[in-house]
Design a protein around this ligand. Structure first.
Ligand code: HDE
Length: 684
């Protein structure tokens, strides 16, 4: 029990502590523990002579450095992770016997790695892409990995096509261009010729693919899994992570600019939030379908290109995850963590989703190469918190010292141990699904509808979201050189919606569809981000302040913003301290040069009596940029005069002070919470 009366907290952290090394204040040694007397000059034959092989410290230091890199992940190379804990709200006994889903008093340690898919390890984070959302639960029954994405469907229906998909989206092999982008010929050629991708493409070209923050995106297990209870009864289950801050995105122009201004934008946001105690929280939801209802839907429950509309099959919220600790070392933890959809615990099982089945092979296979052998489960971040015993031995980097003569089963010399556990003892027993059939290389007829849900997605979008999708198609296909591929894609998406395909055709100069269209009218309101939660918490406001500002007013506004959980950072033309007329002193966090409008959720022009023309122009640049990205803008005293004339009217989300500072602060908080003001007169 800990101080909150919660059990199990946090035995993973305790385990990791055994491996932490604190070097500060210590003497420098070799890896053999020998104290080193010189670390700047190698051993030479004479001051100007050749370096000697005998210099073991030089050799060790250089050799280790030469071997510091391991292969990056073939997909999801760029990632960032944090520790946390998960607690269930009520026992899920009725549906699953998974122990970590039984007792609300238990806190299960978790490690979550977020990632982009296509880019290399050093690529920018705000590119248009799917985001990985992989969670490792260190349960007392072993590690359970929920290796999901922020988009609930996938591009393909069979894992055998994954290498083709990834070859198509990665930089083209002849010139390795473009990095971390799907806007190129091979990707769109793949799409047009693999039309099962239609639904996923709608998500990929929507705002979901440019999240504002890892803290503001959903996570999905994508596949249909099975919950099995202790009576052996099974339910099909889909997993959802729902961020308590709601689902919010960047706009495309902003996303591209951030990629240059701060390629680490998402990891910085996560890191800073955790460091400042603004712990990201996600609720875990499940959609459940009884086994006997497997065939009652107009989609196949095993098809990973389909969602289960939330309005038809409600998401039951069953627990929450809080990320509350940053890693100590990115390589040791984030880079060496090895997720696997096949890491399950009793009570959670697979289905015959052909995409899932293939994933069950791929993860260990890739990790054997990436982590250099079969012992990566012994790395601190990958170790379960419960003991593990088996007859696996040896291999590169083996760390455990398995004592004794016996390393085989069955045996008599060790009384036939380690022994398999019965189901009652917690042994994992695969769900006894009845399967029969001929060996065939085919896709089920029930997987062949590629467009209905793509249309439902389109139908569910608000007007600005539709404009964003048309813009995204126009951008992506606008970068494609092959006229034929462009035309094929337009023709393909005429099956989703003719207006969409026609608008794209017009923008990229190909022939609009002559036929096509869809008679699907269904919508799923849960798909639109306009229906998400809006909260002021952790929104970041750039406060532009010049010399001799109105100290009392600015302090009042900043105080009101902070009281709502809004983060305030001060921008001026130089670092140091800005003084108010009344002597108030404010520390400047950034200059116009070191920050940028795109790095904030809102801009507050706070004024200052003695600012230069250049200052005003720089402030106006920040304000204009924020305006064009639909962000809240607030202005008080002289700050109002920094606004470009066009913004002074009645623009939505532009809040000007009219003498009543309390009202100003209140309205500004409201405008910031709204995330974006789409009803402005700018190109969306
Ligand atoms: Fe993965 N995927 N994937 N994937 N995936 C990998 O495993 C693969 C798929 C996902 O932060 C790799 O260790 C195949 C769907 C995440 O470390 C690799 C198929 C979903 C991560 C692999 C898929 C995912 C990976 C590369 C098609 C969402 C990053 C490095 C059948 C449900 C995990 C690694 C981390 C990583 C294979 C499709 C999620 C190559 C064959 C669908 C979040 O094994």
């Amino acid at each position: 029990m800990n101080s909150n009366g919660k059990k199990n907290e946090n035995n993973k952290d305790e385990q990791l502590e055994q491996f932490r090394v604190r070097d500060e204040g210590k003497k420098l040694t070799t890896n053999q523990g020998l104290k080193v007397s010189e670390d700047e000059f190698s051993l030479k034959a004479g001051e100007r002579g050749p370096t000697l092989m005998e210099d073991f410290h030089f050799r060790e230091k250089m050799t280790h450095f030469d071997h510091e890199r391991i292969p990056e992940r073939i997909v999801h190379a760029r990632g960032f992770a944090a520790h946390g804990e998960f607690e269930v709200y009520e026992s899920m006994k009725k549906y699953t016997k998974a122990k970590f889903l039984q007792d609300p008093a238990v806190k299960t340690p978790v490690f979550v790695r977020f990632s982009t898919v296509a880019g290399s390890r050093g690529s920018a984070e705000t590119v248009r892409d799917v985001r990985g959302f992989a969670t490792k639960f260190y349960t007392e029954e072993g590690n359970y990995d929920l290796v999901g994405n922020n988009i609930p469907v996938f591009f393909i229906q069979d894992a055998i096509k994954f290498p083709d998909l990834i070859h198509a989206v990665k930089p083209e092999p002849h010139n390795e261009i473009p990095q971390a982008a799907s806007a190129h010929d091979t990707f769109w050629d793949f799409v047009a010729n693999n039309q099962e991708s239609a639904h996923m493409i709608m998500w990929h070209l929507s705002d979901r693919a440019i999240p504002r923050s890892f803290r503001m995106m959903e996570g999905f297990g994508v596949h249909t899994f099975r919950f099995v209870n202790d009576e052996g009864k099974a339910h099909f289950v889909k997993f959802h992570w729902k961020p308590v801050l709601g689902v919010h995105s960047l706009v495309w122009d902003e996303a591209q600019k951030i990629a240059g201004k701060d390629p680490d934008f998402h990891r910085r946001d996560l890191w800073d939030s955790i460091e400042s105690g603004n712990y990201p929280v996600y609720e875990l939801g499940v959609q459940l379908i009884a086994e006997e209802d497997e065939f009652t839907f107009d989609f196949d429950v095993l098809d990973p290109t389909k969602i289960w509309p939330e309005e038809d099959i409600p998401v039951k919220i069953i627990g929450k995850m809080t990320l509350n600790r940053n890693v100590d070392n990115v390589f040791a933890e984030t880079e060496q963590v090895a997720f696997h959809p096949g890491h399950v615990v009793p009570g959670i099982d697979f289905t015959n989703d052909p995409l899932l089945q293939g994933r069950l092979f791929s993860y260990t296979d890739t990790q054997l190469l990436r982590l250099g052998g079969p012992n990566f489960h012994e790395l601190p971040i990958n170790r379960p918190v419960c003991p593990f015993h088996n007859n696996q031995r040896d291999g590169f980097g083996r760390q455990t010292i398995n004592v004794g003569q016996v390393s085989y089963h069955k045996n008599s010399l060790a009384a036939n141990t380690p022994a398999p556990a019965s189901e009652e003892e917690g042994g994992y027993v695969h769900y006894q699904e009845k399967v029969e059939g001929r060996k065939v290389q085919r896709r089920s007829e029930s997987f062949k509808d590629h467009f209905s849900q793509a249309t439902m997605f389109w139908n569910s979008m608000s007007e600005p979201e539709r404009e964003h999708i048309i813009g995204a198609f126009s951008f992506e296909l606008g970068k494609v050189k092959s006229k034929s591929v462009q035309q094929q894609v337009v023709d393909m998406f005429s099956n989703v919606n003719v207006e969409l395909a026609s608008a794209v055709a017009l923008s990229i100069g190909v022939t609009p569809p002559k036929e096509g269209g869809s008679n699907i009218t269904k919508t799923s309101p849960a798909l639109s981000q306009l229906n998400t939660k809006i909260l002021p918490n952790t929104r970041k406001v750039g406060v532009i302040i010049g010399p001799n500002f109105n100290g009392e007013d600015v302090a009042k506004v900043c105080h009101a913003l902070k009281a709502e959980g809004i983060i305030v950072e001060v921008i001026s033309d130089k670092l140091g301290i800005q003084k108010g007329l009344d002597g108030t002193e404010i520390i400047v966090d950034h200059t116009f040069l070191t920050s940028d409008s795109v790095l904030f959720d809102a801009i507050y022009a706070a004024g200052g009596k003695d600012v230069s023309q250049k200052f005003k122009e720089q402030a106006a640049y920040f304000i204009n940029e924020a305006f064009s990205h639909f962000k809240a803008i607030g202005a008080t005293s002289e700050g109002i005069s920094w606004l470009p004339k066009g913004l002074l009217g009645d623009s939505p989300g532009v809040i000007l002070e009219d003498g009543n500072m309390n009202k100003f602060a209140q309205d500004f908080v409201q405008a910031i919470s709204s995330h974006r003001h789409w009803n402005r007169d700018v190109v969306k």
